[in-house]
Design a protein around this ligand. Structure first.
Ligand SMILES: OC[C@H]1NNC[C@@H](O)[C@@H]1O
Ligand SMILES: [Ca+2]
Length: 453
């Protein structure tokens, strides 16, 4: 008697990537530069001076990579489109070769029974738009809707699950507040403006989809559940501020039509009085929300900018190569929080994974010549986190799929190629791909629809 699948019928098993992290060839076939091509070529911005000029050479090797997805049995694949391949100046002239690249990729995915989840913005803003103020210019809502419309007209129907933005919090906190990410600004006055325009652009793109599209569209946010380090009033308040700043700042306007009150407390004079009509644009009906989860944060009150909160390292915790605590319970907790706070909207885990140490080259079996990369820590991480998704589903959260971050080792932004998140190893010297043990393990999870966790 066949066991009933432990995951819902139709649950999608996939992997996620992003254009600038895997494609390489950033200026090929008429593409314009993005803020990441600029940032990476700005001395001192990238660890080891790494850039996205080659990355995983996916722009040339995409057929081979789709074949690998097929071999693993993925039923979905989340990727992003590089805006400046489509509109080299950001608006106006369309570059047909840029559209063709993604059109061919989507056709190959569909031919292999893999459902595409397309992210319109995964951080690589056209440099030409940054020169016009980028996310600080209110016109970007129209620029983004124009770009989204080009993609809807080109791919809707073949692509049935669209995502407007990936992780607006990282775009703003990294790119405008702390400056670790492109475009490298450091301003508590710019950060709220960038956040607000990101959400206005999200709303404009969803509105455009309702006119042009026939399928589903959503928003992807990173969520990091915050746990107070003690029950002191200061630690509780710091935890509340950190939670509002990272976890509610984008979902609240998108789903509830207002910001959490803590943001005015955090930014003070730097928090504008937003016009009411902005929230009518931002709050559009969504078909799903994508949640990216990596770790939790045990939070205490501290002197810090601008949150006055700090993370408390856990003495008995296990940490990944990026210094993130392995805490699967946080994924189950946050999914229950999401349902409690925002209701029964369908959810996809659009990113989950870990960087543990992987060697630069695969082991080669001297007898068979077969290549192999052993990554038991990643298997343990994934098993526990997929288990947490299952617990949340059993508790009534409508989770529809899981996209493992990442398909391939790739450019971890300003950390360069030093952090390997892939379930498939990339030898950057030879561009050889080697499915790690975690890929073999994940293929079994997919084949048994979650029974073999
Ligand atoms: O840090 C790992 C991932 N997190 N979410 C966004 C991705 O672009 C990152 O590589
Ligand atoms: Ca700038």
């Amino acid at each position: 008697m066949s066991q009933t699948p432990v995951f819902p019928e139709g649950f999608l098993w996939g992997a996620a990537t992003a254009a600038h992290q895997i494609e390489g060839s950033p200026l090929a076939d008429g593409a314009g530069p993005s803020i990441w091509t600029r940032f990476a070529h700005t001395p001192g911005m990238m660890l080891n001076g790494d850039t996205g000029d080659v990355a995983c050479d996916h722009y040339n090797r995409w057929r081979e990579d789709v074949k690998l997805m097929r071999e693993l049995g993925l039923t979905a694949y989340r990727f992003s489109v590089s805006w400046s391949r489509i509109l080299p100046e950001g608006t106006g002239r369309v570059n047909p070769k840029g559209v063709d690249f993604y059109s061919r990729l989507v056709d190959a995915l569909l031919e292999n029974g893999i459902e595409p989840l397309l992210t319109l913005y995964h951080w690589d803003l056209p440099a030409a738009l940054d020169d016009r103020g980028g996310w600080l210019n209110r016109d970007i809502a129209d620029w983004f809707a124009e770009y989204a419309g080009v993609m809807y007209r080109a791919l809707d129907g073949r692509v049935k699950k669209w995502v407007t933005l990936n992780e607006p919090w990282v775009v703003t906190d990294g790119g405008y507040l702390h400056g670790a990410l492109a475009p490298g600004h450091r301003s508590r006055f710019e950060a709220p403006i960038a956040s607000h325009n990101l959400m206005r652009a999200h709303g404009a793109a969803v509105k455009a989809y309702r006119e042009l599209g026939k399928h589903e569209i959503g928003l992807v946010v990173n969520i990091e559940p915050k746990y107070p380090a003690s029950d002191s009033a200061e630690d509780q308040a710091a935890t509340r501020r950190a939670h509002a700043y990272m976890n509610e700042q984008y979902l609240h306007p998108a789903l509830l039509g207002h910001y959490p009150p803590e943001l005015k407390e955090i930014f003070g004079e730097a928090w504008p009085d937003w016009p009411a009509e902005d929230f009518e644009l931002i709050k559009q009906k969504l078909d799903f929300v994508g949640i990216n989860y990596y770790t939790r944060n045990v939070t205490r009150a501290a002197e810090s900018y601008p949150l006055n909160a700090a993370m408390v390292k856990q003495p008995l915790g296990t940490y990944t190569e990026t210094g993130w605590e392995v805490f699967p319970q946080g994924l189950a907790d946050l999914l229950l929080w999401f349902k409690r706070t925002y209701g029964d909207l369908p959810v996809y885990i659009t990113e989950n994974g870990a960087a543990f140490f992987d060697p630069p080259t695969a082991d080669v079996d001297p007898r068979t010549g077969a290549r192999r990369v052993r990554d038991p820590l990643r298997i343990d991480y994934l098993r526990k986190h997929i288990g947490a998704v299952y617990d949340a589903i059993q508790a009534g959260v409508d989770v529809r799929g899981y996209m493992l971050w990442s398909l391939l080792d790739n450019l971890e932004w300003s950390l360069g190629y030093s952090k390997r998140f892939g379930m498939i190893h990339v030898n950057y010297a030879t561009q050889e791909r080697t499915p790690k043990d975690s890929a073999r393990w994940y293929a079994e999870v997919i084949r048994t629809h979650g029974r073999k966790l």
